[in-house]
Design a protein around this ligand. Structure first.
Ligand SMILES: Nc1ncnc2c1ncn2[C@@H]1O[C@H](COP(=O)(O)OP(=O)(O)O)[C@@H](O)[C@H]1O
Ligand SMILES: O=P(O)(O)OC[C@H]1O[C@](O)(COP(=O)(O)O)[C@@H](O)[C@@H]1O
Length: 307
């Protein structure tokens, strides 16, 4: 079974507001809301690609109920730990530019965290866990590390999509895949990355630190895939950006779906990039048809044979 873990889910409130005047009354042109949080987005896209998952994480309050019901209507399995406080709401402003305002998330009690750990201990050899996104502020920075330690004791493979120390600390446990965007990768090494070529040496550092496969996503600038045998650079399809919320999560889902189907990294990378772009070109997450329509436009160049 594939499990996704969203420690800090959200309702994403996506607002079209152009022009936007700070300090004045603004009237929204259109608004929409979705269940969000990185693992939840991965589950929803995998479901659209015919792969069942169980979504794990913390969920609470009226916002948590909304998310759980929405996922169930789409036939996504869930096994959340119910918490006392409300799940957060994240605001996504489209004002000509995209601005994201992500809340810090609810308080998690020690009992609630222990309940979650018990669920992770229940995963078995052959299962896959995707750990994605930020953690609520009340949990320690070592949380992902503690959870992947349990995975490695039980022979559970994992993917990590997180920032800073959360990502760095899981690398020694040999994640199957990590997917920083170029800003997150740059921040890890205190540099600014401006092109796929500049991303390659730093992506290789993540391999040296333990990752088995690395994808560096760079929004409309392309993406880089690195493992011991391949260094690949992809162009992204052209299209009209509607909302890039969930694009990175769609890349992870598309990559995993195609890798499970074919066992081929290049095909998985192509499918992942097309999935990310298909989401960027829609207000909601991508569908299988949208992804497959974009596949021919993803051009992949082999840069080196080995990293
Ligand atoms: N403006 C865009 N045009 C085309 N594709 C995009 C655009 N923004 C995102 N994507 C696609 O989504 C993927 C992930 O987006 P990115 O913004 O890099 O990740 P994240 O959402 O994690 O920050 C990219 O590799 C690309 O395939
Ligand atoms: O946990 P974080 O880092 O605050 O991110 C949560 C946000 O990221 C998203 O999962 C989207 O992520 P991506 O755009 O990186 O794919 C939103 O649904 C959610 O609001």
């Amino acid at each position: 079974m594939i499990y996704t873990l969203t420690l800090n889910p959200s309702i994403d409130y996506v607002v079209q507001l152009e022009p936007f005047h700070i300090g004045e009354l603004n009237r929204i042109q259109s608004e929409t809301k979705f269940p969000g949080g990185k693992g939840i987005n991965v589950s929803r896209v995998l479901k659209r690609l015919g792969i069942d998952t169980t979504a794990l994480g913390f969920i609470g309050g009226f916002t948590g109920c909304y998310i759980e019901e929405y996922l169930q209507i789409e036939h996504n399995q869930t096994d959340f730990v119910k918490i006392k406080e409300d799940t957060r709401i994240n605001i996504k402003l489209n004002t000509g530019k995209e601005t994201e305002i992500n809340a810090k998330g609810p308080e998690i009690t020690t009992e609630e965290y222990e309940e979650l750990k018990a669920k992770i201990r229940g995963l078995e050899s052959g299962d896959f866990l995707i750990l994605s996104g930020s953690i609520p502020a009340s949990l320690p920075n070592t949380t992902y590390e503690e959870l992947v330690q349990i995975c490695s004791e039980n022979d559970v493979q994992f993917i990590a999509d997180a920032e800073g120390d959360l990502l760095k600390n899981v690398l020694p446990y040999k994640p199957f895949l990590v997917k920083p965007n170029h800003h997150e990768l740059g921040a890890l090494f205190n540099i600014e990355i401006q092109s796929p070529e500049e991303a390659i040496p730093y992506g290789k550092k993540l391999l040296e630190m333990g990752a088995q496969n690395v994808v560096v996503s760079m929004a409309d600038m392309g993406a880089v895939f690195i493992n011991k045998k391949n260094v690949l650079v992809a162009t992204v399809p052209s299209g009209v950006l509607k909302s890039s919320v969930g694009a990175g999560d769609s890349l992870v889902a598309g990559f995993l779906a195609q890798f499970l189907k074919t066992g081929k990294y290049e095909e998985a990378f192509r499918y992942g990039v097309a999935s990310g772009s298909a989401t960027a070109f829609s207000i909601e997450l991508c569908t299988k048809d949208q992804i497959e329509a974009l596949l021919p436009q993803v051009v992949i160049k082999r840069k080196e044979n080995g990293a």
